[in-house]
Design a protein around this ligand. Structure first.
Ligand SMILES: Cc1cc2nc3c(=O)[nH]c(=O)nc-3n(C[C@H](O)[C@H](O)[C@H](O)COP(=O)(O)O)c2cc1C
Length: 189
């Protein structure tokens, strides 16, 4: 029987999965679901590509269009959560924390210049994402001021829940970080 891992090992495994999500397009952790709170207080969910992870800062990097609903929702309420389920590994991660928005700064510049030309084209779409139109618009073929619409979300999480569906008994754990402490505990699944 596989031994039950210690909590710090489980935490390290969660961080490894997030790092793999950045590097491996086939990993389920490459396309998590981001939750924000709309101006009416209602939850909003959508898939995003996980672009970066800084384990020391517990910071995830995501890219989006500054004309999108999520960008304005985060201006009103910076709380955000992220969910991934990997059916192969039978692992679910749930993270929550605060997202900062980067538009015209070094963080956004670095992300823009490191991104593929094909990815940049999305930001040249006009009108902006979510605008009602009579028919689906053609994909932009050339950069038409995409940088002005490009933004980076930096989600620093202070809560992480790990759930592993396991034949010998499901394993659920919660990790929480404060300024100078980490709290970790098993939970009843
Ligand atoms: C596989 C996949 C990857 C996506 N990646 C991104 C992304 O990295 N950034 C983004 O803004 N939208 C991405 N989207 C589109 C979003 O899910 C969403 O439809 C869009 O951002 C508008 O969301 P909003 O109106 O809630 O702001 C992706 C969608 C899918 C299905």
């Amino acid at each position: 029987m596989t031994p039950v891992p210690a909590l710090p090992e489980l935490r390290a495994e969660a961080f490894r999965l997030l790092s793999r999500g950045v590097a491996d397009r086939r990993s389920a952790f490459h396309t998590p679901t981001l939750a924000t709170i709309g101006p009416d207080g209602a939850p909003q969910l959508r898939t995003l590509v996980l672009r970066g992870f800084d384990p020391a800062a517990r910071a995830l990097r995501l890219h989006t269009d500054r004309r999108s609903a999520k960008w304005s929702s985060l201006a009103g309420d910076a709380r955000a959560a992220l969910h991934v389920y990997d059916p192969g590994a039978q692992i679910q991660l749930r993270l929550s924390g605060t997202a900062s928005r980067h538009a015209e700064d070094e963080v956004a510049d670095a992300a823009w210049f490191a991104s593929q030309p094909g990815s940049r084209l999305c930001y040249s779409v006009s009108p902006g994402p979510g605008t009602p139109v009579p028919a689906p618009p053609a994909a932009p073929r050339a950069d038409a001021g995409g940088r002005a619409h490009f933004g980076v979300l930096r989600l620093v999480f202070d809560r992480l829940e790990f759930l592993h569906l396991h034949h010998a008994g499901h394993r659920r754990a919660r990790f929480a970080w404060g300024t100078d402490w980490v709290e970790e505990t098993w939970l009843v699944p």
